[in-house]
Design a protein. Sequence first.
Length: 433
Amino acid sequence: MIPRYSRPEMVAIWSPETRFRIWFEIEAHACDALAELGVIPREAAKTIWEKGGAAQFDVGKIDEIEAVTKHDVIAFLTHLAEFVGPDARFIHQGMTSSDVLDTCLAVQLGRASDILLADLDGLLAGLKRRAFEHKDTVTIGRSHGIHAEPTTFGVKLAQAYAEFSRCRERLVHAREDIATCAISGAIGTFANIDPYVEEHVAKKLGLKPEPVSTQVIPRDRHAMFFATLGVIASSVERLATEIRHLQRTEVLEAEEYFSPGQKGSSAMPHKRNPVLTENLTGLARMVRSMALPAMENVALWHERDISHSSVERMIGPDATITLDFALSRLTGVIDKLLVYPDNMLKNMNKFRGLVHSQRVLLALTQAGVSREDAYRLVQRNAMKVWEHGADFLEELLADKEVIAALPEAEIREKFDLGYHTKHVDTIFKRVFG
């Protein structure tokens, strides 16, 4: 992933240094188990930990060896033997390369998940704080981009909180699903290595044994993991898009924080653009794009092939690094989001009471007017507001058919904003408990 959209902690998980250190730990834990079983000498296992654990693996040297061997795990084992000495012959006993690679990927994805879960916790905290801050800030709800009925800005943020809470639950399950260990040898039959070794390594690394690994861990697990990241990215885009719409000049109900010295355009000094949320929309597209190749990785040939390998070398780091950056950026946007309640009321009143049409419609039906006639009466007065800028209440009061069905006081009562927000507490209780 390019540095512009990367954060150090997540990047470190995918560095060659981290990868080789995990490979060593897998091999060393396996040696401990083999020593317990009497397959290799206990002193050899101890030496492997002491000398290998103290080693500073030279990434460049491993790359040089791989240029000759054309095999990354063999290149690593060759380099490791330089530190361990004669006891290196006991390393990788009965194992195959996928045992190391797949188990390492499980560790890396688990660590990446923990960072992403922490990111989501930070975002949820910000959404909750701002939701309660604007719990009673009345604004217009929109469907199809058109004024619908009043809501509150707090309810909008509560919706986002509920959505990202679901995202967090999905990621917890995806993390659990991906955290499996395979130390089962060629074709996954344990012919040359005891299943106890897999159980031991899994326990040491915080994983669980893969029930049937067929030499590789089944890629349906990875497909679900990356699909989950894609869903989270879609939720990021949903909230980012809402903010982008609210920042439009003719709306301006909310706005990204514009810092001192910030410039919006190289040509137009007046510009304050929603660049952060636009960026988030683009990043979400990238994360989603990595879910499809993960799904295509499920159908490998027979017990294994390596068509998935090149894909995962890219999507593993790129998807997690990008989503980590996006969640952090979105949290910053929410924390500093500028909210304009006066503009919300101004926009809501732009069509002079039109948003109360449903209440009038329902009142007419309750007064005995058929729904078809009630709809006709309300709509014909509403169209005058759309087309001529009329006042909806005044038009209704001047309509003889409406007045014949409803007293003036009852019509006026239908224009009370508080009616639309009376269940906000219930919504908040459902979302926040």
